[in-house]
Ligand binder design. Structure first.
Ligand code: HEM
Ligand SMILES: *[C@@H]1O[C@H](CO)[C@@H](O)[C@H](O)[C@H]1NC(C)=O
Ligand SMILES: *[C@@H]1O[C@H](CO)[C@@H](O)[C@H](O)[C@H]1NC(C)=O
Length: 363
């Protein structure tokens, strides 16, 4: 009876799956995929999880790999190219690695040489283009960070034919006007989508903004894809974590924490402040809007009709169930309310005395 019931359940599950998708067995004998082309990605994912991300951590290599998805993809313009002519290709094409001797030296790419050098051997060892690898590594890497969304992954970017021109990557000392204009020109991103993409800074640290304190995080939880970044950037800045006077840096509210001038201004500008605040303690909203904006970013300049949807190979991210908090010792009075239409959400303060934020290990 028990076995008959199990068999009946198994048969009905099998039948309903078959009605939706027809999966093929991959040559590795372990995985299945709806499109056989996606099978090639499983060994690459295993390799990077073990050997690039230290066995599945949300550490420096994941943070840098996510930054690299952006710095490669944003190298495109809907209006003009390097010499003033229109160029439609470019974008998320791997040119930052294929033409590393050019792009790595751009000022806005300071520090990117490290992850470029770390990713190159993996690209050489597998049958994958630099453009595909960069976006795959970013999507896989963030699944190690609790709270991250399962990003889409489109497969099939051809090898880049030319480097991106300089000055396509925004700098932390750029004005909000210029940042919003650059994102609009790169891919028609709205101000709300720019805010959505900046959820990335919840798993981020700076090595080069103040070179005396490498690994200084942008929020108190740089290995969790939570909404703390949106809380902490809204607090009144009180001091610099290292030296003062660095270009693109403003005062932060916590010892050991870095605040970029661009993040500070986007949190307070009337065009972006309400989208910024809307992420506070809204984990599902933040994750979903980041996922949607990343889906656009990851295929900038690419021909979708020649690509295969391999989103199914991206692992299920680690879950996050915590609540956003005001850091210990701070209260709602320390919030610099900037959204004119909605009050800042009520949050609990973390218990205990004021703490400082530990650096991200840079080994
Ligand atoms: C207004 C746009 C942006 C500006 C001005 C900006 C600027 C910066 C700066 C200055 C750093 C520190 C680099 C260093 O000193 O090591 C940084 C780090 C980072 N950025 Fe952005 N960023 C922007 C948007 C983005 C976007 C759209 C993404 C991804 C979707 C992203 C992902 C990251 C990550 C993950 C890090 C941390 C890297 C690490 O910890 O090693 N950023 N960003
Ligand atoms: C670019 O990559 C090559 C090959 O790995 C390496 O020899 C070179 O130093 C890299 N250039 C930069 C600027 O990182
Ligand atoms: C390499 O990848 C391409 C595109 O995914 C595929 O068409 C080709 O057959 C692969 N080559 C080998 C040797 O696996």
């Amino acid at each position: 009876m028990y076995f008959q019931l199990l068999a009946a359940v198994a048969a009905s599950i099998g039948a309903s799956n078959a009605a939706i998708t027809r999966r093929v067995a991959c040559p590795d004998g372990v995985h299945t995929a709806t499109n056989a082309a996606c099978c090639a990605l499983f060994p690459i994912i295993d390799d990077i999880q073990t050997n690039l991300f230290d066995g599945g951590e949300c550490g420096e290599e994941v943070h840098e790999s996510l930054r690299l998805t952006f710095h490669d993809a944003i190298g495109v313009s809907m209006s003009k190219g390097a010499a003033g002519q229109v160029f439609s290709r470019g974008g998320a094409d791997g040119s930052i690695i294929t033409f590393n001797d050019t792009e790595v030296n751009f000022h806005a790419n300071n520090g990117i040489d490290e992850i470029v050098g770390e990713q190159q051997p993996f690209i050489a060892a597998h049958n994958i283009t630099a453009g595909d690898f960069i976006q795959l590594a970013g999507a896989v890497g963030i699944t190690n960070c609790p709270g991250a969304p399962q990003l889409e992954f489109m497969f099939g970017r051809p090898t880049a034919k030319a480097p991106a021109p300089d000055l396509t990557v925004p700098e932390p000392f750029d004005t909000v006007d210029s940042i919003l204009a650059r994102f609009a020109d790169a891919g028609g991103f709205t101000p709300a989508e720019v805010v959505a993409l900046l959820a990335s800074h919840t798993i981020a640290a700076a090595d080069k903004v103040d070179p005396t304190i490498p690994g200084t995080p942008f929020d108190s939880t740089p290995s969790i894809f939570d909404t703390q970044f949106f809380v902490e950037t809204q607090l009144r800045g009180t001091s610099f974590p290292g030296t003062g006077g660095n270009q693109g840096e403003v005062e932060s509210p916590l010892r050991g924490e870095m605040r970029l001038q661009s993040d500070s201004e986007l949190a307070r500008d009337s065009r972006t402040a309400c989208s910024w605040q809307a992420n506070v303690n809204q984990q599902a909203h933040m994750a979903a809007s980041f996922k949607a904006a990343m889906a656009k970013l990851a295929v900038l300049g690419q021909d979708l009709s020649t690509m295969v949807d391999c989103s199914e190979v991206i692992p299920v991210p680690k879950p996050f169930t915590g609540q956003a908090m005001l850091p210990a010792g701070l209260t709602e009075n320390d919030i610099e309310q900037a959204c004119a239409s909605t009050p800042f959400p009520a949050l609990q303060s973390a218990p205990g005395p004021v703490t400082s934020v530990a650096p991200v290990s840079v080994y």
